[in-house]
Design a binder for this molecule. Structure first.
Ligand SMILES: Nc1nc2c(ncn2[C@@H]2O[C@H](COP(=O)(O)OP(=O)(O)OP(=O)(O)O)[C@@H](O)[C@H]2O)c(=O)[nH]1
Length: 558
């Protein structure tokens, strides 16, 4: 036996190379075809989209599951009822049932709306077998709708220049790192120094919502150091549309104890901002008043050269808007953004980085604003400044002053906490805040006394700031709140400090005012200086601005 093979039989079972290749080719072709078919098959996609559900660690899981379950039950009951009524109507035995069914249809729509918290009627389109997915989808739709609304609002803005400004502001804000120590700080400080040095009139822009918070005594001192040389400092109380007239009056009275102060609306508000209707305080009229004051000053100086005007202030108070408002008064050429091409009237031969725009033969505008960065020494020297408890609160305060660029805000939650703390004593403002997000009245948590987390969870759900598995992303919600605050969609302001009045006026005598609360006066004769300067700027007409008793008008949505 062993080893002998019969002649004529093949030695091995191995096929020919040609056959092997043929089989390989056919197999590859078959696999290719299967892959192609699988791609076309819709099941393939839906398999991948498996909902991961709510993570166990999510603190509101129970609540959410309950809600989903109740939702499902009610929907089932409604469906059952509709079925029965449809059956009755079909048999024609009960006409009433048909009517009822019609009415019920309306109810059902209402019910769906309620359940989806009024987010979107289209939410019904999504897969009903997965309520969690439906909830997330509808919330996302609401977020998209809201973002679109904001977008179209800014597109519809009458003044294109404003939206350009916003972009510019964002760009520039992005360039600035957190105030206090970035490399770009040096460049900004240099511009600030140049503006103060070169300007005859320094316009110090303050935010009307928190004038003392955006006011630096150090800056005022540095400008005043050059006052004997004829430099003037004027306070510009900007964004007056974001505070009620009574609050504005209080601040004008307070600030005019230090420097001549001019109220201003430098720009139109952001879309959906909640503004107040002030008599005679439009963008055009207030910027015209400022322009007139500057022209009066230039005329009173009667110099051979033009008087130069510089603008300084905290980030985001509206410095560029003030420059643009003044530039827009140039005949024909719309100021546009501060980065617009230098108008033809610009003086040649300027060696610094600051451009000068010639407004007329007597007036020149330095068209780069000087940014004032908040400093801790201000808090010490300003008796009216907010005193933060710790580092976190100090940062939150800066965020609420809009002095921190959005990219540099790592944790916006403390800012929302501080905002709620400030608004809490004013029930009307708390109610308006709830209304902004379409929430029920805001209540402090009975256990912690704090409502920040509860509030942010609700905002996240309303605005579709949801993470994986529909978990509310409270960080993103907090950022939304911070942006809404920055753009005036959330109302809030500080009231001016009340001046102490001597207790018992002698009969027949006028009550005498005691010293201002600011014990450290900038110069001894502040009152005299303010009066003298006001004359140079012919502010007498403006002096009574806002003094007349006025009713606080209704809030107006822009
Ligand atoms: N409601 C309201 N918003 C204003 C007013 N003036 C300016 N703004 C808005 O405030 C935001 C900041 O304005 P900017 O002029 O860019 O402020 P800025 O001080 O130059 O800002 P930075 O360049 O970041 O320092 C913009 O969204 C403006 O539209 C105003 O009078 N009322």
């Amino acid at each position: 036996m062993g080893g002998i093979t019969k002649p004529g039989k093949p030695k091995s079972k191995r096929g020919t190379t040609r056959l092997r290749h043929k089989i390989e080719k056919a197999s590859n072709a078959k696999q290719r075809k299967q892959r192609k078919l699988a791609k076309k098959n819709p099941e393939w996609r839906s398999k991948l989209k498996k909902d991961p559900g709510i993570p166990n660690l999510f603190p509101y899981k129970e609540k959410l599951l309950h809600q989903i379950e109740a939702d499902r039950e009610r929907r089932k009951e409604e469906q059952q009822r509709r079925k029965e009524m449809a059956k009755a109507a079909k048999t024609g035995t009960d006409e009433k049932a048909e009517e009822e069914m019609d009415a019920d249809d309306g109810d059902l729509i209402d019910f769906d709306d309620d359940e989806m918290e009024g987010i979107d009627e289209d939410a019904d389109d999504v897969d009903e077998s997965n309520p969690m997915a439906a909830l997330i989808a509808s919330a996302r739709k609401a977020a998209a709708k809201y973002d679109k609304e904001l977008q179209s609002g800014s597109d519809m803005d009458e003044d294109d220049e404003d939206s350009d400004d916003d972009e510019d502001a964002d760009d520039r804000a992005g360039a600035i790192e957190v105030p206090g120590g970035a490399t770009s700080r040096k460049a900004f400080d240099k511009v600030f120094k140049q503006v103060v040095e070169q300007a005859d009139v320094v316009l110090y822009v303050l935010d009307a919502r928190d004038p003392e918070g955006t006011r630096s005594r150090d800056v005022e001192r540095s400008v005043m150091a050059a006052a004997s040389g004829g430099k003037r400092l004027i306070l510009i109380l900007n964004k007056v549309d974001l505070v009620p007239p009574k609050v504005l009056r209080g601040w004008l009275t307070h600030l005019r104890r230090y420097f001549p102060t001019i109220p201003l609306r430098a720009s139109n508000p952001a879309p959906n901002a909640q503004t107040f209707n002030h008599k005679d305080m439009s963008v055009a009229s207030t910027s015209a008043a400022l322009f007139r004051a500057l022209k009066s000053f230039a005329a009173s100086r009667n110099l051979k050269r033009a008087v130069s005007v510089g603008v300084i202030g905290y980030p985001n108070v509206g410095k560029s808007s003030v420059i643009n408002a003044l530039l827009s008064r140039l005949g024909g050429s719309r100021g546009g953004s501060s980065h617009a091409a230098c108008p033809a009237g610009a003086e040649a031969g300027v060696t610094t980085s600051i451009r000068r725009v010639k407004i007329d033969s007597k007036l020149t505008l330095l068209d780069s604003p000087g940014i004032v960065f908040p400093s801790t020494s201000d808090v010490g020297s300003n008796p009216n400044a907010f005193k933060p408890k710790n580092q976190i609160e100090a940062h939150a305060h800066l965020v609420l002053l809009n002095a921190v660029p959005p990219k540099a805000i790592d944790d916006p939650i403390p800012a929302v906490q501080l905002l709620l703390k400030r608004l809490a004593p004013r029930q009307d403002l708390m109610d308006r805040l709830a209304a902004v997000y379409d929430l029920p009245p805001l209540m402090p948590n009975p256990n912690t006394g704090d409502q920040t987390t509860d509030f942010l969870v609700q905002v996240a759900r309303k605005r579709g700031r949801l993470g994986r598995g529909g978990v509310p992303n409270i960080n993103a919600a907090a950022m939304t709140v911070v942006t809404d605050w920055r753009d005036g969609r959330i109302q809030g302001w500080n009231e001016a400090p009340v001046l102490a009045v001597a207790p018992a006026p002698v009969a027949g005598e006028k009550p005498t005012e005691s010293k201002t609360q600011d014990s450290e006066a900038i110069v001894p004769d502040q009152k005299e200086i303010v009066t003298e300067w006001a004359k140079e700027f012919k502010l007498d007409g403006l002096w009574g601005f806002g003094d007349a008793e006025e009713e606080v008008p209704e809030v107006e949505m822009s």
